[in-house]
Design a protein around this ligand. Structure first.
Ligand SMILES: C[S@@+](CC[C@H](N)C(=O)[O-])C[C@H]1O[C@@H](n2cnc3c(N)ncnc32)[C@H](O)[C@@H]1O
Length: 194
């Protein structure tokens, strides 16, 4: 069941998710590029928070960080880490489309390409925040996910597609990282501001 609460391929991945240095390096790049934009008093939502590679490292720089993820095991891992560090961060098993609460900032890394209906996502984001940071893959050839593309809805994004999906915002786009696999996969950070 895709993005479902009962069966989820990310549940299987959660245990070893943090073992890959390339994931840690990417998360560091995302964190380092978001932190300069934060004042410290923000209430932040991270959707597709996974084990917290991004959110757990953003939490010390904001007032409160709520993580959400459709994978129960990812949420468990996130909360184990947040508790150990006694952080102002907590994750919940939820889909972004279930969220109705407002946030100063919404962030997300490597989750956009798993969400089919990005027009609906845009409407959801517009209804809950004035500011968003989204990191994901630049358009790729379908070879990034070496274990298959079952839960992949988009092979990355080019800037024109992003402009089309995220209408109604001011966009700021930059390349912040290269994931090194069998070839280099650039990662963008897109800032959306009302
Ligand atoms: C590629 S992982 C990225 C995890 C984390 N952001 C990181 O960079 O390590 C994508 C995550 O998004 C979650 N996800 C996918 N669709 C979602 C949705 N509609 N709402 C919330 N989480 C979702 C998955 O369960 C998975 O944990």
């Amino acid at each position: 069941m895709k993005n479902g609460k009962t069966s989820n391929r990310f549940d299987k991945d959660a245990i070893t998710w943090d073992d890959l240095p390339r994931r840690i390096n990417l998360a560091k790049a995302v964190v380092n590029n978001i932190i300069p934009h934060l004042k410290g008093n923000e209430k932040v939502l991270e959707f597709g928070c996974g084990t917290g590679l991004v959110g757990i490292n953003i939490a010390p720089y904001v007032q409160d960080l709520k993580g959400i993820d459709t994978s129960a095991k990812m949420v468990e891992k996130f909360n184990e880490k947040a508790q150990k560090l006694n952080l102002n961060a907590k994750a919940y098993q939820k889909d972004i489309f279930e969220i109705n609460e407002s946030f100063d900032v919404v962030i997300s890394s490597m989750t956009l390409h798993h969400i089919k209906n990005l027009n609906a996502l845009n409407e959801k984001l517009k209804s809950i925040t004035n500011r968003v940071f989204l990191a994901d893959l630049v358009k790729e050839d379908g070879t990034f996910h070496t274990r298959g593309n079952d839960d992949v809805e988009h092979f990355g994004f080019d800037i024109d597609e992003l402009r089309e999906y995220f209408k109604g915002w001011n966009l700021d786009y930059k390349i912040i990282h290269l994931i090194k696999k069998h070839s280099d996969f650039p990662v963008f950070l897109l800032e959306l501001k009302k």
